[in-house]
Write a protein of this length. Structure first.
Length: 257
């Protein structure tokens, strides 16, 4: 990572914290640990303001491997604990071993909670059978208006079992519909009807389910400022859009996006 890119990314994270976006998500995979180091630099002196999440790679997720990976992540992040620690995706190591390591990390205070990422229902059922109820904090998955596959089975399962959905790339990973596209025009019509932006409407659609959280990416200060604005809907504004979704007026059009 170039110096200017690193400086820009740190500034973006710090601006996000200034604007109240305190859920910081990273992983040992990102930049082979370099991103965790970057995050660690960004939160110096501000650790208690942050809900800090990292993820272990599946190939490291044996019992001993998970413990080692967590220690390395903590060192790179410059902290003594993670607020949540996730298995990045299902792998070849027995899930029971990974979960046993997670529970040991909770016991020793290295992590506050644990969860999973990119798990389907079969994987979630296995995790539940191993861990028992009220253990899996979240399932972090791809979820945006053009990627809604989780609504068929994964989202209902998580709702039933009290597992939060953490939606990554909620604005489509750089492919958000342009204002001139047919899809973008639908979003624009809805946004004008409810005094919101197109991004706010897209986000409100995801957040219509109370257990869904969204983590927009912010690699530059401008991203952080834009995301803060998109997340700034008041509870009343969000309620009005949510009620419209429930009635199908006019957001009935959203499923066609």
């Amino acid at each position: 990572m170039e110096h200017d890119d690193r400086k820009s990314a740190i500034a973006a994270l710090q601006k996000g914290l200034d604007l109240g976006m305190t859920h910081v998500d990273t992983a040992e995979m990102y930049g082979s640990g370099a991103v965790e180091e970057l995050v660690g630099d960004a939160i110096v002196g501000r650790r208690d303001q942050v809900f800090l999440v990292s993820k272990v790679l599946p190939q490291h997720a044996s019992y001993e491997g998970t413990l080692r990976a967590c220690e390395k992540s903590l060192k790179r992040l410059g902290t003594d604990r993670l607020d949540s620690y996730l298995l990045h995706w299902p792998g070849s190591h027995p899930l029971a071993e990974t979960i046993r390591a997670f529970e040991e990390l909770v016991r020793t205070g290295k992590i506050v909670s644990w969860g999973v990422s990119n798990f389907d229902v079969r994987d979630l059922e296995e995790a539940l059978a191993i861990a028992g109820t009220n253990k899996i904090a979240c399932n972090q998955v791809l979820y945006h208006l053009e990627e809604r596959g989780i609504e068929h089975a994964v989202l209902p399962w998580c709702e039933r079992h009290g597992v939060a959905i953490v939606a990554y790339s909620p604005f489509g990973a750089g492919a958000f519909p342009s204002e001139r596209s047919a899809r973008g025009q639908v979003l624009g019509e809805i946004a004008r009807a409810y005094g919101a932006t197109r991004h706010q409407v897209a986000l409100a659609f995801l957040l219509r389910v109370p257990s869904v959280l969204a983590i927009p990416k912010a690699a530059r200060v401008a991203h952080a400022i834009e995301n803060a604005a998109d997340l700034s809907l008041t509870s009343d504004e969000l309620r009005r859009i949510d009620e419209a979704f429930a009635r199908g007026k006019p957001p009935r059009a959203l499923p066609t996006l």
